[in-house]
Design a protein around this ligand. Sequence first.
Ligand SMILES: [Zn+2]
Length: 475
Amino acid sequence: MSNVKYTLVKKFSQLTLKTMHYLPTGGKSYPGFLFLKYSGRETLPQLTSDQIDIGSIVITGTNGKTTTTTMTIDLLSNDMKLSTSVDNNTIYALTTGILKDSSELGVFEYGIRDIEHGEPDNIQRLIDPIGVVYTNISREHTQVLGVKNSFKDYVKAKTLLSQGMDKGVVITNCDDPNTAYIGFNKQDDVHVTYYGFELESLEDIFEAPEVKCPHCAKALTYSKHYMNHRGIYSCECGFKRPEPDVKLTKFVTDRDKWIITIEGRVYNQVVDDEVDINATMSVPMLGIHNLYNILCSATVYASFTKDVENINEKIEDYFNKLDFTILPPGRFEIFEVDDKLVGIGQGDNGDALKVNTLLMDLYADDEVEFIYNTPDEYEDEVFADHQVAIRGLNPAHLIVVPGRVSVDKAEDYYNQIKDEYDSDFYPVEYDFEKRINNIIGLIKDSEYKYILVSGCGEEQLVWDEVKRRLKEESS
Ligand SMILES: [Zn+2]
């Protein structure tokens, strides 16, 4: 392809950026789509090097991608000019982010559900990232559009995003055996930076899942469980949790805040030198899982900023000012409604419901009622993970309501757990207004002081709306 055509297509695609803001989607993918269609995928490396001076970082994982990417962008944008793309999964959105601005560094979120619906190996080849970052890999999203994909393929898709790298840094969660193993296999090719918890005080309240060794498939032995499959583990084959380079070493509750300390040393790719991290800050009680997002984004920041002076002050300053708006819509929060304490928000996979449950458990010093919003058809795997979270909480009263489309399937899930608890089922049809009113009515009529409302639901149309109305009434 001629350079003239490449330049024309690039200009034309960039022009569409301006007009696309008026479209409902905000034009997240369209300019990138145009560019790739008319200029061709193989010109993406040229576009990337034309637009971005130093290189790109790609952030992936099952949970926490968006929050981690947002925090990373906030931290790095103080020191450098960035190209970014947050909260989407396609090569088109990513290309749109590259077209938008010329910059020093690219920071892109990239979610991969499976190999068929993503193209991790192409992204790696075409973007040629100097950093690939893994949050965690859990098994909740292995069903896509009703089709069950094996967890092995899902892990493979994530692995492919960094497999071809021959320079740069892989930053990965070592408390998660699957992301740790990805790092373990790249140690000879690139710098690998592990982050993880080093906490005596934190223990999981849930029954431990059986986790297979990613190397030999035997069951891993855990000496400590932090959260679900994350913890300190080893296998008889020799694979074990790598020692973290960056650790969360302190985590204490102080009124409505958490005081945390992050310590460690990383290799900084941009200045080609080692950098020390030692930061203590007080953050809102965002949920234990967000501590991983904080730890991860601070690690990425220290590994890629060009301005390594005072990084600890900058990390502390940013996280000290953090508030709940960092979290995506529908996020879980706890607030008072008529002298009751209600914890409400999205928990649409096992991991997410567990962290909500854990946070509610921290607050509740009496019996908890749980208004559980079920998954849909073909989501039996999610339901199985939800059951573990429900058992961990052991609610005094369980109310089951349909969270997704199918009311019949909700009833089927209800029938599977009803005998374990004092329970009721409300078969509210697929109508957001009716569902919102039902949830609000149940909270108002409840005789319990602590109420958890979570599970699957429409993030903005249901969770945000229920929260908004409850807060409006109580203010
Ligand atoms: Zn093994």
